[in-house]
Ligand binder design. Structure first.
Ligand code: CDP
Ligand code: CDP
Length: 222
């Protein structure tokens, strides 16, 4: 079979990364977490004291970073990044750097290069619309805002951290609005994407239905 690509987009907490990772593992494809790249830039800017609103400086920072895919998270300039890029502060700042056209150009190029040489399941906000417009399968994953906030809440509890559900919901709502209303590559369902609402569905059910959709598309390719 030729290389196969699956694009998974959707709002925060819809289950994109969890589902994408499982589908990639099932088929032996590479999972590409594009959100981690935007998060890593925001985190590095914080570390180095770069002004997050200075588009030129943030774009130069994005150009200077070397990203490597890693099963545990992402490696940036040889540094493994995991929980430090998942804080609410980094989430919000990632959404700010993601509005910058220069940053998007740098990352989209890197993401397209990865998909040229291997089969991928790639998740993000603009994968079906901009990064992989020719993807073999496009999924738009969503769930109600209450459900998405509750999932994040449970994740934090699981890590032994406390959180306020209302604050989490507000953070997600604000980030979704930012992502949907920005000028460059806003979060949109691609016309040819399959809408999957995960609100009342288990992770296993969602993964199974996407595996079936992949199999169907693979059959079409043969
Ligand atoms: O990547 P995204 O922000 O879209 O979501 P995630 O980081 O994968 O988080 C989703 C959380 O909801 C994880 O803890 C999943 O186990 C859980 N979950 C899910 O992804 N899908 C369901 N149908 C039910 C729960
Ligand atoms: O896991 P979660 O859905 O909360 O966020 P993420 O996928 O890690 O993405 C963090 C932020 O990066 C998003 O809120 C977007 O602003 C931005 N992003 C983007 O603009 N385009 C992508 N392809 C991926 C993420």
């Amino acid at each position: 079979m030729k290389q196969f690509s699956v694009a998974i987009d959707g709002p925060a907490g819809a289950g994109k990364s969890t589902v994408a990772r499982k589908v990639a593992d099932f088929f032996g494809f590479t999972y590409v977490d594009t959100g981690a790249m935007y998060r890593a830039i925001a985190w590095k800017a914080l570390q180095d004291g770069v002004d997050i609103n200075n588009e030129q400086a943030i774009t130069a920072l994005a150009e200077s970073l070397h990203f490597e895919l890693d099963p545990k998270g992402i490696r940036v300039n040889n540094l493994q990044l995991t929980d430090e890029i998942r804080t609410p502060q980094v989430s919000t700042l990632a959404s700010t750097v993601a509005t910058m056209v220069g940053v998007r150009q740098v990352l989209v190029k890197k993401q397209q290069e990865i998909a040229q040489i291997q089969s991928v399941v790639m998740d993000g906000r603009d994968i079906g619309t901009h990064v992989l417009p020719q993807a073999n399968l496009k999924i738009f994953l969503t769930a109600s805002i209450e459900e998405r906030a509750m999932r994040r809440y449970k994740e934090l509890l699981h890590k032994g951290l406390t959180a306020d559900l209302k604050t989490l919901q507000e953070e997600i709502r604000h980030r979704d609005e930012n992502d949907q209303n920005r000028v460059h590559a806003p979060l949109r369902q691609a016309e040819d994407a399959v809408l999957v609402d995960t609100t009342n569905r288990s992770l296993e059910q969602v993964v199974e239905s996407i595996i079936q959709l992949c199999r169907h598309q693979m059959g079409v390719m043969e």
